[in-house]
Design a protein around this ligand. Structure first.
Ligand code: ADP
Ligand code: MG
Length: 308
């Protein structure tokens, strides 16, 4: 009940005189009560989404399959069943992503897989987190999450991958450790992993952890844009083209999920995008958390008063 994903909600709720009734002190399960209405929550997830629909959206294979069937833009995807068909998928698409079908935060995700050795390592990495693994065509674009509350577009965030800036003296390992030292104090979940996937990213630029970047040299050290792999998050609500918003809104309505994050990779030069993930268990947290939580409480308790 102490994480920012819970406290952003409970703090805003209390300001509106909404009562918070903790149902499990170890998991973020609680009830919000206002006048004669009560809503059971697991952070931002409420009983307003059907259980089956939750799994449909949460599972990367099911979500991709559903969206594709209904004509939404998604990246080509297949379930991993055996090495032979995985290699066929790789040779058809040249560059693929390997990821657990039901995880979050970039756990077990390897991008830009182009050969058998990388594929084998990526599968091993994904298996650490989940038995069910999907292979997906690697697509390019800016990582935007469009957030919908009560089926309406509320805001968007842009996620960018972890990076370091050289000083001409320290190695990449030292620069990552130094950055992580600061991050650990504010949010340990935002540290840059010093793992094989980060090494593979810098190897692709001809570098390793001992390389010393020049003064002010910017180096992207991870390809996944997740906050939990050291990425950054900025609010970009007004920058999303209106046609992208309306396509995503149609998906939200069709799925019948009132509160949903729709993650897209947007290639604005070709004016196209792919939906790569749906987030029905939206993390309400900074920097956009204050905006989202107010819309979310307005939706759940339209009569509640903001006592600020
Ligand atoms: N098809 C893809 N093409 C390019 N990059 C991708 C693709 N799928 C995922 N990624 C990258 O990997 C990150 C994590 O993948 P995602 O499917 O969002 O899983 P998670 O639930 O762990 O966030 C994404 O934010 C994006 O940066
Ligand atoms: Mg994601």
């Amino acid at each position: 009940m102490d994480s920012v994903y819970t406290t952003t909600i409970t703090t805003a709720a209390k300001k509106r005189d909404i009562q918070v009734n903790v149902l499990d002190p170890y998991q973020p399960i609680f009830e919000l009560i206002y006048r004669n209405k009560s809503v059971r929550c697991y952070n931002a997830l409420t009983d307003n989404i059907g259980a089956a629909t939750f799994h449909l959206a949460q599972n990367k294979f099911a979500a991709n399959y559903f969206l594709k069937q209904h004509g939404f833009p998604v990246a080509d995807q297949t379930m991993y069943t055996n090495m032979e068909s995985a290699l066929r998928f790789l040779s058809d698409h040249h560059c693929i992503v390997v990821k657990p079908s039901a995880q979050w935060g970039g756990r077990g995700v390897s991008t830009h897989i182009t050969c058998r050795v990388e594929l084998e390592e990526a599968l091993e990495f994904a298996r650490e987190y989940c038995d069910e693994i999907v292979l997906e065509k690697c697509v390019t674009g800016i990582d935007w999450r469009l957030i919908f509350v009560n089926f309406k577009y509320v805001c968007a965030i842009e996620r960018n991958p972890a990076s370091i800036t050289g000083n001409g003296i320290a190695s990449i390992r030292e620069l990552i450790l130094e950055k992580n030292r600061f991050t650990r104090d504010t949010d340990p979940g935002n540290c840059i992993p010093l793992d094989k996937e980060t090494l593979r990213t810098i190897n692709s630029m001809g570098l390793d952890f001992n390389s010393v970047p020049g003064h002010n040299e910017y180096i992207q050290v991870r390809r996944t844009t997740n906050y939990h792999t050291g990425g950054t998050v900025d609010i970009v609500t007004d920058r999303i083209p209106s046609e992208y918003i309306s396509v995503c809104e149609k998906a939200v309505k069709l799925l019948n999920i009132p509160v949903l994050g729709v993650d897209i990779l947007a290639d604005t030069t070709s004016n196209s995008f792919h939906i790569i993930e749906l987030s029905p268990d939206l993390a309400i947290s900074p920097p956009e958390g204050d905006i989202v939580v107010e819309a979310w409480l307005d939706y759940l308790f339209p009569d509640s008063i903001v006592n600020i």
